[in-house]
Design a protein around this ligand. Structure first.
Ligand SMILES: *Cc1c(COP(=O)(O)O)cnc(C)c1O
Length: 494
């Protein structure tokens, strides 16, 4: 399977797409066509373990990798998840399920891909004959950074550098990153919000001069952000797995369509669901859930994507994003795979802060997607209601998705389609906000929040979060978003 850039001009193998991360003209790599999964194949996947299902889906795209090796990499990656199932499905009501994607080492769904990406990248370098040292640059809204650091720490031939918005991540997220161990890691706080961070890192990736300087020093850049196809591919697998679990549990029959509601920031997670649908998974609708930064809700309502608006800091920081990078991949598909038009729109976005799709395109998008959002207060209410009604505790990002799903149920009372709500973080990752939602209590300290939340819910506390308090802080640097390349250079020259 080959990959093309959404902005045209390039055709590369899967390994090359993963190693490069972003195409030369700034476009994102997309498969030349969607591989299909037949009903017979779905049937045969019913009895498989999660790693087997994941390897099956991955190999459809990454056929330049060795399938047996992919399987063993998946087995190793998902063995790091607690509880024996990397993506368990929990029933909370008739026809309503939660897909818990946070049982990995850093307690957020980013682990689903970032436990596997080091293998995909290292092997990709071998396949492409790349001898240079690889430097991974990551812009994070909180969870990607930690998951990438944990995935790549002490990996051979790879260094990793993470940039996060100084005031845009939760205390827990910051602590997780700044206490990161490993000899090949660096973490830098950036003045500004996530979008400033992401833009600055993208500029380094596509800067010819930057890349030339690094190459002279024997370093090539790669990305662990969700623009990398190596992030997207493992995420497609859990949509298949959730569906298969519903079939094998007897909740739906094979071929019956289901809906997913996905808490969305950079549009990576929900895009993976769209890819699964395009591959033949019986998915009816995808509900795109935002917080108060509801640029996607508005886009799905009007067809105009307008990032020129106030930026809100919310209790779901990993969704505090106004430029959803992966939407470019959907635009590309919806435009009939029109490279020029996609490039034009992305240029308009960076120049004018907005672009529009045609009414036909919007109609096509809305055949599959609808959007909704939750303010912090609405999120709390949804979390509280579910906690009181069925005793289920969720984090604030999942809370936004819950609110959007509840609104859908309210408006579509006769709809019997099964709904899977994607849960993206362990509640203990945002202990104060979750504690407030389920008990109304405010505490100043995260660890006190963890203790009280445990008392209120009796949910097990992940050890990796509890031990954070005693770890030494290794990284304290705060940099100007215009000066990130200097930070990169000094890390390379260390
Ligand atoms: C990253 C993240 C999201 C948003 O996912 P996207 O793929 O960026 O849309 C939602 N919730 C949590 C907890 C996250 O870490």
């Amino acid at each position: 399977m080959n990959f093309v850039s959404t902005r045209g001009g390039e055709k590369v193998t899967g390994a090359r797409a993963i190693v490069k991360g972003l195409s030369e003209n700034g476009g994102l790599y997309v498969p030349e066509k969607f591989p299909e999964v037949s009903v017979e194949e779905l049937e045969s996947m019913l009895s498989m373990s999660y790693p087997e299902r994941a390897a099956e889906i991955l190999f459809k795209y990454l056929d330049d990798y060795d399938k047996e090796e992919l399987l063993s990499a998946c087995e190793k990656a998902y063995a790091k998840f607690e509880g024996g199932d990397a993506a368990p499905l929990v029933r909370i009501d008739d026809g309503v399920y939660i897909l818990e994607l946070w049982h990995g080492p850093t307690c957020a769904f980013k682990d689903m891909a970032l436990t596997l990406l080091p293998y995909l990248l290292r092997k990709g370098c071998d396949i492409c004959g790349i001898k240079e040292k690889v430097l991974i640059l990551v812009a994070t809204s909180g969870d990607t950074g930690k998951a990438a650091l944990e995935g790549f720490k002490d990996a051979e031939g790879v260094d990793i550098m993470v940039f996060y918005p100084n005031d845009g991540v939760s205390k827990m997220q910051k602590l997780q990153m700044c206490t990161q161990e490993g000899s090949n890691v660096n973490v830098v706080a950036v003045k500004g919000n996530f979008d400033d961070c992401q833009t600055a890192v993208k500029e380094i990736f596509s800067g010819e001069e930057y890349n030339r300087v690094l190459k002279e020093k024997g370093v090539v850049l790669s990305s662990a952000n969700s623009i990398n196809f190596g992030r997207l591919a493992p995420q497609i697998a859990y949509y298949f797995s959730a569906y298969l679990d519903l079939v094998s549990g007897g909740q739906i029959s094979m071929g019956e369509e289901i809906d997913f509601t996905v808490p969305t920031g950079n549009f990576g997670n929900i895009l993976a669901a769209y890819y699964a649908k395009r591959m033949g998974l019986p998915v009816r609708r995808l509900h795109c859930a935002s917080n108060l930064n509801k640029v996607l809700t508005d886009f799905l309502a009007t067809g105009e994507y307008d990032a020129r608006r106030e930026f809100y800091k919310t209790t779901s920081p990993s969704m505090d994003i106004l430029v959803s990078s992966n939407l470019e991949r959907l635009l590309f598909e919806i435009s009939g795979r029109n490279f020029e038009l996609t490039a034009e729109r992305m240029k308009a976005l960076s120049k004018d802060g907005k672009y529009s799709v045609t009414s036909d395109e919007l109609a096509a998008i809305r055949e599959v997607f609808d959007g909704g959002y939750a303010s912090d207060e609405e999120c709390v209410e949804a979390m509280y209601d579910v906690f009181i009604d069925v005793g289920y505790t969720m984090d604030t990002h999942t809370g936004c998705a819950m609110k959007v799903a509840l609104d859908w149920f309210e408006k579509n009372k006769k709809d019997k389609t099964n709904m899977v709500i994607v849960s993206t973080a362990n509640p203990y990752k945002f202990p104060q906000d979750v504690l407030y939602a389920v008990t109304g209590n405010d505490v100043k300290d995260s660890f006190k929040g963890i203790k009280r939340l445990h008392a209120a819910t009796a949910m097990a506390v992940p050890r990796s979060l509890l031990t954070l308090r005693d770890k030494p802080v290794r990284f304290t640097k705060v940099a100007d978003s215009k000066k990130l390349f200097e930070e990169v250079l000094s890390f390379v020259e260390r």
